[in-house]
Design a protein around this ligand. Structure first.
Ligand code: ATP
Ligand code: MG
Length: 333
């Protein structure tokens, strides 16, 4: 079966609805027909200087949210990036194949480095896309389910795979495809509906965190920024706030956006927001119970992660050895 790889950074206590709808629901669906590896990418989180105790806690919490969403460790490999040293090793090899100019064109680096300033911006933040390419190529991955914001990093990954094959021989790396589901590829911030919902957003008010108090979630939905019209219509250009609410509504209920539009003809924004808040809270309540169940038993959670790391390690070593060899490094004995 073809292979899938994807991951999320433990950069927050909770994943948000963008992570869930843009990526996590796809992960769960795809594990039926692919051999999947789902990773908590803690090495990526180091790029923004987290507190050590907080990082450790968030790594477990992120894994618990994968499980609560339906990632099944009996079918998929669930593990923590730093437990498989090959990620860091391949990242170095790839960084020596990446042009400085090429890396400098990554728009996420430009956005994040503006936020952190000259002093707060690490070299790790700059080389982050190379580590991400290593994560993916290490497992001869065919498909990478991600949100729209990762499209450019995926392109770089593909370029690097093709470069390895051109320089070191066909079959050095598998060239992966992005799997980006258009309808939910970019969930927007409720307060700033032209910016993506992000764990590292400046203000929490526009974010729906999966582990937030349902009362807070309902309040944030009620105060979502919309527009000065009254009509409930899916028009992302003219009405980004309403379009975002309709997207979330549709994704969580499985109902067509047009059907929801039709149902709300003649009703107000307040009605839509109130009903959406109910839909979101009904989804979050059992989800949160499951997460807390996993977190209440950290030893079992760590066992799942240790088992995943062992299986991932086994898959990774073949690709890494192949690249070391083809690049001309002296064989280890
Ligand atoms: P950070 O701000 O720390 O980068 P993030 O919210 O972007 O956090 P990541 O861990 O970087 O989260 O991304 C995890 C996955 O979630 C990726 O596949 C990414 O494309 C997807 N994703 C992130 N934000 C959104 C969003 N607003 N809509 C859809 N998918 C998203
Ligand atoms: Mg991100």
């Amino acid at each position: 079966r073809p292979r899938i790889f994807s991951g999320m950074q433990p950069t927050s206590d909770s994943l948000h609805l963008g992570n869930y709808l843009g990526a996590l629901t796809q992960w769960v669906a795809l594990q039926e027909s692919y051999d999947a590896l789902y990773c908590v990418v803690d090495l990526h989180a180091l790029t923004v200087g987290p507190d050590p105790a907080v990082l450790r806690e968030r790594t477990r919490r992120t894994a618990a949210q994968y499980l609560a969403a339906g990632v099944d460790p009996a079918r998929s490999i669930l593990f923590v990036q730093s437990h498989v040293a090959a990620h860091s090793e391949l990242a170095w090899l790839l960084s020596c194949q990446t042009g400085f100019g090429e890396a400098s064109r990554m728009t996420q680096f430009k956005d994040k480095s503006t936020r952190y300033g000259q002093e707060g911006t690490t070299v790790g933040l700059f080389t982050y896309p190379v580590l991400m390419a290593a994560d993916i190529l290490l497992y001869d991955t065919a498909l990478v389910p991600v949100g729209e914001d990762q499209r450019q990093h995926l392109e770089l990954t593909r370029d690097l795979a093709q470069r390895l094959n051109a320089r070191f021989g066909a079959g050095t790396a598998v060239v992966p495809e992005a799997h980006i589901v258009k309808a939910t590829a970019k969930i927007y911030d409720l307060q700033e509906p032209t910016a993506k919902m992000s764990k590292s957003a400046a203000s929490p008010n526009g974010i729906i965190e999966l582990l937030d108090d349902p009362k807070v979630v309902a309040k944030r939905i009620r105060s979502a920024v919309t527009d000065a019209e009254r009509e409930i219509r899916y028009d992302p250009e003219a009405k980004p706030g309403i379009a975002n609410l309709l997207t979330i509504y549709s994704a969580l209920t499985g109902r067509d956006v047009l059907a929801i539009e039709a149902e709300y003809q003649g009703k107000g924004y307040g009605d839509l927001k109130k009903d959406l808040a109910d839909v979101v809270v009904d989804f979050l309540t059992p989800f949160q119970e499951r997460v807390h169940g996993y977190l209440a038993d950290p030893a079992s959670l760590d066992d799942v992660l240790a088992d995943g790391a062992e299986r991932a390690q086994e898959l990774a070593s073949g690709m890494l050895d192949r690249v070391y060899d083809r690049m001309g490094l002296l064989p280890r004995r």
